[in-house]
Design a protein around this ligand. Structure first.
Ligand code: ZN
Length: 200
């Protein structure tokens, strides 16, 4: 038996169908919206609609962009197209971009290998990565997937695929977060930090 008003029920259903959102978080979101000043809530919904209308993946690298077809990074003549950084999602690229240290271009996979969620290699932008490597005679591919079990599996899969290409394959270094103490590090981080230790 459902006691929710129909329109509220619809929103809760829609949100709880999203990956990572359950019924409870959907209810919390709906309640927050209903408690907000009406104008702010309407603005929020309108901004989502505008975002959906304007944002699309760059046809080259897959980063979400508002520009015409190709994103500003791919368009820039100052970026080295022979140096490709592979990330899971656009937000990972934005995060790396914030450092201002990366001079190449990105390639967004659009996810990570996840047998549990039914995500196999065919669902990721891997074919277009191989095409770009050939098209730009890439010199280096930096695999910057997340340091998680699924991110690792994805990185290993891509690493194996790229072995037959004349390209240097690099990975982001694993390490301990700056300012942290060893006793707080999890085993995975610490074992990776040992494995990828540097000569001083
Ligand atoms: Zn791009």
């Amino acid at each position: 038996m459902n006691y929710f008003p129909q329109s509220l029920q619809k929103v809760i259903e829609d949100i709880s169908n999203l990956p990572g959102y359950g019924e409870k978080s959907a209810q919390r979101f709906a309640t927050t919206l209903l408690k907000m000043p009406r104008g702010e809530a309407v603005d929020l919904v309108r901004n989502i609609a505008i975002m959906l209308d304007k944002i699309h993946p760059c046809v080259e690298c897959g980063i979400y962009t508002e520009e015409e077809e190709i994103c500003p990074i791919c368009k820039s003549e100052e970026r080295d197209k022979t140096y490709i950084c592979v990330v899971e999602e656009s937000f990972d690229a934005y995060t790396i971009e914030k450092t201002g240290k990366f001079t190449g271009v990105y390639h967004v996979l659009g996810g990570r290998l996840s047998p549990l969620e039914g995500v196999g290699p065919e669902k990721l932008n891997i074919k277009s990565l191989l095409e770009r490597i050939k098209k730009y005679s890439a010199k280096e591919v930096l695999i910057a997937t997340n340091p998680t079990v699924e991110g690792e599996a994805t990185a290993n899969y891509i690493h194996n695929l790229l072995k037959k290409y004349p390209v240097n394959i690099t990975r982001l270094a694993y390490g301990l977060p700056f300012g942290s103490v060893l006793e707080n590090a999890d085993e995975f981080t610490l074992s990776k930090a040992l494995e990828y230790r540097i000569k001083v």
